[in-house]
Design a protein. Sequence first.
Length: 193
Amino acid sequence: MQILEFVFFIKPLKVIFGENEMGKRGPIPRPNEQLNGRSKSSLVLLEGQKFDPGEPPFPNQMNDWELYWSSPAGNAARPEDKPVVERLFKLRANFEAALSIASEEPQVAGSTGQLRPNPFFDTALKLEAAIIRLENELGLTPKARAALGLTVAQAGLTVQQINERLPAPPDPVAVEAWTIGGTDDEKGLAEEA
């Protein structure tokens, strides 16, 4: 009797969840039009646009500014990315200023007169964390460039260039198919060894 109750319990579940909802190894995936904004395979490729990046936030950053905009990451940038790049350069300037101030006086007197590290070191560490985050978002590290699909032209080899570097394959050798894998018998066919 208990088995019958179990069968009657299972049957309504099939009606509720549907007979074909489960595959052999789990739920059957939904079609793309039924997805709720996640895992959709329709990605739009955004290409970089040529635009005038203007001047850096501080005049002493001109070399780094030009280096960024001429790099693969800068070439992939769009006009709406410029404020983020400016923020990165401002953070770099603040980081350098905090380090120079802290280096002038590495230890300062605390509230009770004890010596403690200059608080500008802590400020520099916080600025450095923000700089690293922005550099990764903008593709300024090798790992970030790889994740974003940006490659340096000299480092990227095409398939044709790789094939040209490979040695030439050996010339093919003619082999009689009936001699492969056995010995001749009186009919001229190969037997299994």
